[in-house]
Design a protein around this ligand. Structure first.
Ligand code: HEM
Length: 407
């Protein structure tokens, strides 16, 4: 298998094209800790193993521990730090890391409750025109994607219009973490893309007083003031990490939730009849397919797992699809059941790297799907042959979801 095929593999892992990810199901039973030579990586597919490894100090999320690590070409050490996806990926994994402490206040459940109104407004803006439509609507391009970008922009305090807004909207969309499993071409693209985000955020932080409305950046700067340990550079790296991880994930997740519901009309009906099921429905839909295929880790010291020896410097791919569809934990896992007990799902990760944006992601997804239930005609039909898929790092992307509102 070649490096390029690996990227195909990451897409296959989520099973959008070849449901239900038969390759992963097969690996999970036959070879749950599997060395894939072309990938140059271990792929771990059982729920029990993935959960344990998320908490295992012999693994790190810091890509520079990989024995094939190629440092970013940039000579700017601040950009290099960002490209390695720090400050959240430090070794040892630290739940009290600077990044986590900094976002704790601004992305806590209570803070997000306050910004839920802001998210609701963004959803409403894009939902309103869709209520009158009777033609084909691309739910990604006209709904989930612009909402996701608008929400993160407003949370950061970026104005909706003007030069800054344009620059924000036009930031490159390639993967932004330079990881060893990317092909050389994709790594270069990721580096360029990461640097563009870094420079954008640097300018924002430096120009904050004039350029920004209230938002996370002003909160972080206020929190950092008087604390000589928090520099502007720290804030830039935290904000850039949030932009890199939080801009597309909710939109991509929401469009996949909508596609899964359209494919499962019984579940869609159930939800239409009882909206109180929405929070658990979102967890179930993300368990089934959030768009994030896997989590990457690197071995810090040799150790054994299921009679395999994982060696220092190797890459370990923890398959989210494998874990979240493991029949040992989720009976009949390929079936979407919005009433299912979803507590064991690790769609938002597990352990010290658990998603810091989880509360905002849940709010966004719930509000987007709720609004879609209102504007989607009862006989809406998705156009299977016009759906477009892509992939970016460890994320499978739904790029176009055309739905015929005319029935
Ligand atoms: C549906 C939406 C989302 C999903 C499914 C998701 C999923 C995940 C997962 C699985 C991880 C763990 C990665 C690992 O252990 O390697 C993670 C980490 C992270 N997420 Fe999310 N996420 C979502 C939305 C967001 C949003 C909206 C933000 C920011 C506003 C965000 C920020 C982050 C950050 C910064 C990390 C790294 C934490 C660390 O390494 O310690 N995510 N996310």
């Amino acid at each position: 298998m070649t490096g390029e095929e690996l990227l195909d593999l990451t897409t296959v892992m989520t099973g959008p094209r070849t449901e239900p990810g038969p390759l992963i199901a097969d690996l999970r039973e036959r070879d749950p800790v599997c060395w894939i030579p072309g990938l140059d990586a271990w792929v771990v597919t059982r729920h029990e193993d993935v959960r344990l490894l998320c908490n295992d100090p012999r693994l790190t999320a810091d890509a520079s521990a990989h024995d094939g690590y190629i440092a970013p070409a940039t000579t700017d050490p601040r950009a290099a730090r960002l490209l390695a996806a720090l400050p959240f990926r430090a070794t040892p994994a630290d739940p009290e890391s600077l990044g986590r402490r900094m976002v704790h206040r601004t992305l806590s459940p209570r803070a997000i409750q306050r910004t839920r109104q802001q998210i609701q407004e963004a959803v409403e803006e894009f939902a309103a025109p869709l209520r009158r439509r009777e033609d084909v609507v691309d739910l990604v391009g006209e709904f989930t994607k612009p909402i996701s970008t608008t929400v993160i922009g407003r949370l950061l305090g970026i104005p909706d219009d003007g030069e800054i807004a344009d620059r924000f909207r036009n930031l490159p969309r390639a993967a932004r973490n330079v990881r060893p499993f990317l092909s050389a071409v994709k790594r270069e693209k990721a580096e360029r893309s990461g640097i563009a985000v870094f420079e954008f955020v640097l300018d924002l932080v430096e120009a904050r007083r004039e350029a920004l409305r209230d938002g996370i950046i002003t909160d972080l700067l206020a929190a950092g003031e008087g604390n000589e340990r928090t520099t502007n550079e720290d804030i830039v790296s935290v904000v850039a990490a949030l932009v890199a991880t939080g801009t597309n994930t909710p939109g991509n997740g929401a469009s996949r939730c909508l596609l899964a519901l359209l494919k499962n009309p019984d579940q869609l009906d159930l939800l239409r009849r009882d909206r109180s099921l929405l929070p658990n429905a979102i967890e179930e839909l993300l368990r089934y397919d959030s768009g994030l295929v896997a989590m990457a880790r690197y071995v810090l010291e040799d150790f054994e797992l299921r009679d395999r020896t994982l060696k220092k410097g190797q890459l370990v791919i923890l398959s989210l699809t494998g874990a979240n569809r493991d029949p040992r934990v989720f009976p009949d896992p390929e079936r979407i059941d919005i009433l299912r007990d979803t507590r064991a799902s690790i769609a938002f990760g597990h352990g010290p790297h658990f998603c810091v944006g989880v509360h905002i992601a849940r709010s966004e997804l719930q509000l987007m799907v709720d609004a879609a239930l209102d504007f989607l005609p009862l006989d809406a039909r998705f156009l299977e042959d016009q759906i477009q898929w892509g992939s970016k790092g460890l994320m499978s992307q739904l790029k176009r979801l055309p739905v015929d509102f005319g029935g």
